[in-house]
Design a protein around this ligand. Structure first.
Ligand SMILES: Cc1cc2nc3c(=O)[nH]c(=O)nc-3n(C[C@H](O)[C@H](O)[C@H](O)COP(=O)(O)O)c2cc1C
Length: 357
């Protein structure tokens, strides 16, 4: 049994948020020792990809929400993640929703959460990032931004503006998050006019310091809503979209569902968006939602996508998931005689249906 499975055997008997807090503290304190215990895979030069002009050391990054406070970047950047996204961070610290608010749905390899952007606020998160030794910084660091719960919808744009200014000197990319189901009214900001207000408010600061900016979308948007996100991405010259956040399944409970129960919805949204973005290849689509194996990555590549992120699959499978993906990429590169991933992904139509060939 590998180290992660041993850890999981104990961890899954305990309260999910308690073990999460404990793990994050431990990862923050002992990044080197603990990352060495969990994964021993080196980064491969040949697995690098370019995402919106940024270098990802591998095609699968860490999704937002796991390291909300940027407390364990040093740990996560030692695992073979292509990029690390921290947050969601809000301007002021906030506690989030009452506990319990994080639940495992083990048989379905899924999670239900209604955390509600619990985080230590932008100053504490910035301190955590700036206090990192240069060698502990990941190759690509994303910061995911959200509005405070107490900020009224008509002032939301100001929160995003303040956050953008705060992180623009330390983030390699930033994400506007208006797609969490756990902050009342947040998803209403996905309306085209509300999005326009946010990106208008960012126009001046972006002119001064242009950090690649993404918009993270919900899997529950109708096609019209997805079209609005695409049109905003084009109009405001976003680096791309991230699809998707968690989904609402009322029969399961209040909150957002992630993992295998989200996968089909998320895949549908990704396919739809990839189709819509085909004539503007400059706009990247980062895929997230239900990724649990290299098969999922391959399917996304075959549709023309490249970079993905993972959260729930990582909780269930641990760093071994990244190692498996890395080994599968090696197999594919060998079988296709491609020198590296950039070459392999240069024409997605040429990728065979089954990567095992
Ligand atoms: C406990 C938990 C907390 C999350 N918190 C955030 C968050 O703060 N910001 C965000 O953009 N997404 C958040 N997410 C969503 C994930 O980043 C991801 O989009 C979603 O879970 C789908 O990916 P997955 O199926 O690999 O988990 C959270 C997910 C989980 C399970």
């Amino acid at each position: 049994m590998n180290t992660y499975n041993l850890f999981k055997n104990i961890a899954f008997k305990l309260d999910p948020e308690l073990i999460h807090e404990f793990s994050m503290k431990s990862f923050g304190l002992f990044p080197r020792a603990l990352s060495g215990l969990f994964a021993t895979e080196d980064f491969r030069q040949t697995h690098q990809i370019e995402v919106a002009g940024l270098k990802w050391s591998s095609p699968v990054g860490l999704a937002a929400g796991l390291d909300k406070n940027a407390a364990a970047i040093d740990f996560f950047s030692r695992l073979p993640f292509g990029a690390i996204e921290v947050g969601t961070v809000t301007p002021k610290a906030q506690e989030g929703n009452p506990k319990p608010r994080l639940f495992r749905l083990v048989e379905q390899e899924s999670l239900l959460n209604r955390m509600g952007f619990n985080n230590h606020g932008m100053n504490a998160v910035l301190d955590n990032i700036t206090s990192l030794e240069p060698a502990s910084r990941p190759g690509c660091l994303g910061v995911n931004l959200g509005k405070n719960k107490i900020t009224p919808a008509d002032k939301a744009a100001i929160d995003y503006q303040v956050l953008y200014k705060k992180f623009c000197d330390v983030a390699d990319y930033m994400v506007i998050n208006v797609s969490s189901p756990n902050t009342p009214g947040l998803r209403d900001l996905q309306e085209e006019s509300a999005l326009a207000e946010i990106f208008d408010a960012l126009a001046d600061v972006r002119q001064f310091k242009n950090v690649p900016l993404f918009l993270k979308v919900a899997p529950d948007l109708p096609d019209q809503g997805l079209d609005a996100c695409v049109s905003i991405a084009k109009k405001y010259k976003l680096a791309g979209l991230i699809a998707t956040n968690t989904t609402i399944i009322p029969d399961i409970g209040v909150g957002g569902v992630s993992g295998q129960l989200l996968k089909q919805k998320s895949k549908r949204v990704r396919s739809y968006l990839l189709d819509r973005l085909r004539e503007t290849p400059r706009i990247e689509l980062i895929g997230v939602g239900g990724v649990a194996s290299f098969d999922d990555v391959w399917e996304f590549w075959r549709e023309g996508g490249r970079a993905m992120q993972v959260y729930t699959g990582f909780i269930y499978k641990g760093p071994g998931l990244l190692v498996d993906i890395s080994k599968s990429i090696d197999v594919v590169l060998k079988k296709t005689n491609a020198n590296d991933l950039a070459e392999l992904l240069s024409d997605h139509k040429k990728l065979p249906a089954d990567w095992r060939m």
